[in-house]
Design a protein around this ligand. Structure first.
Ligand SMILES: [Zn+2]
Ligand SMILES: [Zn+2]
Ligand SMILES: [Zn+2]
Length: 399
């Protein structure tokens, strides 16, 4: 492989093509998530790649990804396919070289050393007693090496009775009944798919996800920059992969972390969040986001998995929460009747500490009893974490 480990080194047009190809992205994410995609081989089902099966044209797409050096294929097997129907449900057959019958039987060639007579084992076997008896001198055979020796193995044809030590090897398709020899078979390679280091880096860099996220946030009415800068209280200007601002200036920052170690990915980024005091900071990890989120004691930092199927949706919902809060503030100051916002993806936990300042949630649901219950239920589940997070977040951000 000839990629540069220090740069992504992917031509812009390839990157653009992949960004607009959801199947290619799904393939990359699937391989990334599984480490490798291996074939499932069944005689009747053939060679299958279940993780790709619901992706249309995945085979041609994966070939494209291989050409772009993002995916590697390595051979794991070769299989005999029926030349007529393509099935791999193929058995081997041994044929009599004279009459081509498959009804041949392996047997030993025995020499009775006492009289010198040579014949197949079946000729020595007494059909009544099952004992070995010499057909020539009629003496029973006692012990191999003592009074007789096995001098070889042959196949005896039960059809034409001839013997051969080199039967014909052919194949028989159990699917269509076609019989063929090895010269007429296709002996196809079977592959396993993995990501190249370049493919891994392309994915963890977030390059393939950014566009969807940016568009989704723009649709919600946020101002988006990528990369985006935000000046901290220290005066340092911090760079985030994406910065999205609500009309009233609330900030949602997003970073893609490429570190394999989730705790390192988080701890190295927390100072940015503390210094800038962004309203929401989403850190997208290559894997293990759930475990990593346990390390985060601040409720404005949300850790998500790159391979999470609803990544864009979740980020949209975080942005919606920010917008909803803004709408509420406007309502409170204008004393307008509260409106029901869109369903909160994260339930109550996202609203957190500031909820106490705007205690209209109770009023909001007073008339709809059922709805209120639901909300309380959601709150209960998250209750423990919330208290702990609030405390720390207040310490860090001064309440
Ligand atoms: Zn066939
Ligand atoms: Zn004998
Ligand atoms: Zn024969």
């Amino acid at each position: 492989m000839s990629f540069q480990p220090t740069t992504l080194g992917i031509p812009e047009e390839v990157k653009k093509e992949l960004i607009s190809d959801p199947i290619a992205r799904k393939i990359l994410i699937t391989i990334f998530k599984m480490g490798s995609v291996r074939p499932k081989i069944g005689l009747e089902t053939g060679i299958r790649y279940p993780p790709f099966e619901d992706l249309p044209n995945w085979r041609s797409t994966i070939e494209k990804l291989i050409r772009y050096k993002l995916v590697d294929k390595s051979i794991v097997d070769r299989l005999i396919h029926c030349p007529r129907c393509g099935s791999i449900h193929v058995s081997s057959r041994l044929l009599c070289p004279w009459c081509k019958s498959f009804n041949i039987e392996p047997t030993y060639i025995i020499q009775h050393t006492l009289c010198g007579y040579i014949d197949t084992e079946s000729k020595f076997r007494d059909p009544n007693t099952g004992q070995l008896v010499c057909p020539k001198c009629k003496r029973p055979l006692r012990k191999e090496g003592l009074d007789y020796v096995v001098i070889g193995k042959v196949f005896e044809c039960l059809n034409c009775k001839r013997k051969s030590n080199k039967p014909l090897i052919v194949f028989y398709c159990r699917n269509c009944g076609h019989q063929f020899d090895y010269l007429n078979t296709s002996y196809e390679p079977v592959y396993e798919f993995t990501l190249t280091p370049l493919g891994q880096r392309l994915l963890t860099s977030g390059e393939l996800h950014k566009q969807d996220i940016i568009e989704a946030l723009k649709e919600l009415g946020l101002m988006v920059e990528s990369p985006g800068k935000e000046r901290g209280r220290s005066g340092i200007e911090h760079v985030f992969d994406i910065i999205a601002r609500t009309p009233q200036g609330r900030v949602l920052a997003i970073d893609f972390a490429e570190e394999k170690d989730p705790s390192l990915a988080i701890t190295s980024r927390v100072p940015k969040a503390l210094d800038t005091g962004v309203d929401r900071y989403v850190i997208i990890l290559p894997a293990n986001a759930f475990e990593a989120s346990m390390l985060v004691q601040m409720k404005n930092i949300i850790v998500l998995d790159l391979t999470e199927p609803y990544l864009v949706e979740r980020i949209k919902n975080i942005a919606k929460e920010l917008l909803k809060k803004e709408a509420k503030e406007v309502e409170v100051t204008a004393e307008a009747p509260p409106e029901l916002g869109e369903e909160a993806f994260f339930g109550e936990e996202m609203l957190g500490g500031e909820e106490e300042e705007i205690p209209e949630e109770g009023l909001l649901f007073e008339e709809g009893g059922e709805r209120k219950e639901e909300e309380e239920k959601g709150g209960e589940e998250k209750g423990k974490e919330e208290k702990k997070e609030e405390l720390l977040a207040d310490e860090f951000f001064g309440g």
